[in-house]
Design a protein around this ligand. Sequence first.
Ligand code: SF4
Ligand code: F3S
Ligand code: FES
Length: 248
Amino acid sequence: MGYEAAFRIWRGDVDGGDLQDYTVEVNEGEVVLDILHRLQATQTPDLAVRWNCKAGKCGSCSAEVNGRPRLTCMTRMSVFDPNETVTVTPMRTFPIIRDLVTDVSFNYAKAREIPSFTPPADLAPGEYRMQQVDVQRSQEFRKCIECFLCQNVCHVVRDHEENKEAFAGPRFFIRLAELEMHPLDVADRRDAAQDEDGLGLCNITKCCTEVCPENIHITDNAIIPMKERVAGRRYDPIVWLGNKLFRR
Ligand code: SF4
Ligand code: F3S
Ligand code: FES
């Protein structure tokens, strides 16, 4: 059964903006992105919305719906009461471009700072051999669709522009963990994780895990094991001595 829903959407650009109210038709089975598209088609042709796959796989349509970071293409209208006003705002952690579209280039800059996969020098492409059991742990992290909802929600940078320089964020902690747990990656990423990527600034609030649309256990399976590896290296006296004597 269709109904008319009250929507409140942030409209504006880098110079400022505000929430604007709309009444828009909703039909059975629709998601928030459908409603944004209907608004574009009927009332607000200039509404800026980023999207691509409409299947929860490209990570483009991230926004905040009633204050919660979500993929708008995977947020069913049926989760809201028909009498409730649905408020859609852009991701708060990233600079506004226009309306619901933010500039997420911070994340690409952080991605470039992480040294890429480093196989043993004597192994040529095509000679990589791995057991499934050895790749299982890090495989979970490959599900990331780079929606950056975890980056958006993390309190370390959410209202703290000043921390962005020193903090890579949860998306890149899973990238570090993925490489650190990779059976053929020979780079040691533990010092860089702490000193350059700000692993120590994470105090395990788990907000990132709660919003991940791929249900990646960011905190438990990536961040905490990385913290343990860093701690083991730095504070275990035997490890410390070994590092002093035989540091790679
Ligand atoms: Fe999105 Fe999850 Fe990847 Fe973060 S880890 S960017 S929330 S898919
Ligand atoms: Fe931020 Fe996730 Fe750590 S939300 S503080 S990176 S557990
Ligand atoms: Fe691709 Fe939503 S449009 S994830």
